[in-house]
Design a protein around this ligand. Structure first.
Ligand code: CMC
Length: 392
């Protein structure tokens, strides 16, 4: 294996050059295309940030209007794709449904599968941005045994998604602007995060020149695990468990420190941030504000705050530089909005989609791109002779 270097988990290996997202993990800095995340979260919108990530610059008013309009025209799903969604078991995890449906888009839209034709890549981009919220809402409706709603294209992307998720046919569903703005902001915070597990997956699959739908479908599965996007659901289950056990935060933290049964403090720690995750700081403020605005008094918020307090002053967490990450407080907001726990990671996927697309496009357009193909250190048996079955 010559001069191959072992780097389990790619802790020190850069797989590409990228001009999309900048992170300084020690300083707790995150920027999309140079713009600080706190400015974008406060002043921008999810669609504007999506444009920024995918095309590299903030859009002019007419560019944003055009982007929004193109997405608006693609929000419907093919009726046969709806049938496909209906075929899944009702208790299917919505992340599996999401990934399967995105993969299936490649069968419905064979006219935009080319990876070298820019117009086709653009069309796939718009189709994904438009259809993922519809697929997500339908996955939720399916799990509830409720009828689906067609998209209402008078509404913006987030409002439309909320209506398709929580509305009923022939009923006038009014979107709460506080909820819509909070969700839009959460999507901005999740929109990209350089070469994380799911984004690296999207790039790796795409590096073999698989189409955009297939690459994103793989990324959705990568996101689903509890160490990655699935952490937002896992945090809520953890908080609920602590609540059921009589709010005993100290005993739980002791368990984590003793690594009993591999218990971790979910929503804490990050491969890159060795300081407070700047996204978590924004989410924490927003959790407090949104829950108040919605009149929700959730005892789990109190437990989360106490957990954070205990962890931030405990040597175990200080020595290992473990701080709350973006997933620590998001679940509480999603819960207050009425989403079931299983849907939390789906919301992460909707937010992360423009980042995945931007990274995939950057890779395809980069002449330096090669197929991703890590090496290994072989530690198995040396050469030995085949033995017939009756002689083993
Ligand atoms: N609770 C308790 N101990 C932890 C935690 C935690 N959440 N995270 C890391 N540690 C310990 C770990 O056991 C190790 O201890 P020791 O040195 O004694 O063996 C040390 O801290 C270093 O951790 P690591 O596992 O080597 O770090 P990593 O960079 O491989 O893992 C991580 C990063 C995010 C997977 C990990 O911190 C973790 O599992 N956190 C909980 C799950 C989570 O919240 N994931 C969401 C990440 S942010 C958003 C996203 O990616 O989706």
């Amino acid at each position: 294996t010559g001069n191959v270097t072992l780097d389990v988990g790619f802790v020190n290996t850069a797989s590409c050059k990228s001009s999309i997202t900048y992170i300084d993990g020690d300083a707790g800095i995150l920027r999309y295309r140079g713009y600080p995340i706190d400015q974008l979260a406060e002043k921008s919108t999810f669609l504007e940030v999506s444009y920024l990530l995918i095309y590299g610059e903030l859009p002019s008013t007419s560019e944003l209007a055009d982007f929004t309009e193109r997405i608006r025209r693609h929000t419907m799903l093919h009726e046969d794709l709806k049938d496909l969604l209906q075929a899944f078991p009702r208790d299917a995890h919505p992340m599996s449904v999401l990934s399967a449906a995105v993969s299936a888009l490649g069968t419905f839209y064979q006219d935009s599968l080319s990876i070298t034709d820019r117009d086709q890549v653009e069309l796939s981009t718009i189709r994904l941005m438009a259809k993922l919220p519809t697929i997500a809402a339908y996955a939720h409706k399916k799990s509830q045994g409720q009828p689906t709603l067609y998209p209402d294209n008078q509404l913006g992307l987030v409002e439309n998604f909320l209506r398709m998720t929580f509305g009923f046919p022939a009923e006038d569903y009014q979107v709460d602007p506080v909820v819509a703005r909070a969700l839009d902001q959460l999507f901005i915070l999740h929109a990209d995060h350089e070469q994380n597990c799911s984004t690296s997956t999207v790039r790796l699959v795409g590096s073999g020149q698989a189409n955009l739908f297939g690459s994103i479908s793989a990324g959705i599965h990568a996101l689903s695990g509890p160490l990655h996007g699935g952490a937002n659901s896992a945090v809520l289950s953890m908080l609920a468990d602590i609540h059921r056990s009589g709010d005993d935060v100290d005993t739980f933290v002791k368990k984590v420190k003793n690594k009993e049964d591999g218990v971790k403090l979910m929503g804490f720690g990050h491969r890159v941030y060795k300081n407070y995750d700047p996204r978590a700081a924004i989410v924490k403020k927003s959790a407090d504000a949104v829950l108040k605005a919605m009149g929700v008094d959730d005892p789990l918020l109190d437990i989360a705050m106490r957990l954070e307090q205990v962890a931030l002053t405990d040597d175990y967490f200080i020595e290992r530089k473990l701080y709350p990450n973006v997933d620590f407080y998001t679940g509480l907001i999603y819960k207050a909005m009425g989403f079931p726990t299983d849907m939390f990671t789906v919301l992460f996927a909707i937010g992360r989609l423009p980042g995945w697309i931007a990274q995939w496009r950057e890779m395809i357009e980069d002449p330096a791109t090669k197929i991703g193909r890590p090496r290994q250190i072989y530690v198995g048996a040396t050469e030995r002779d085949y033995v017939a079955a009756d002689a083993r």
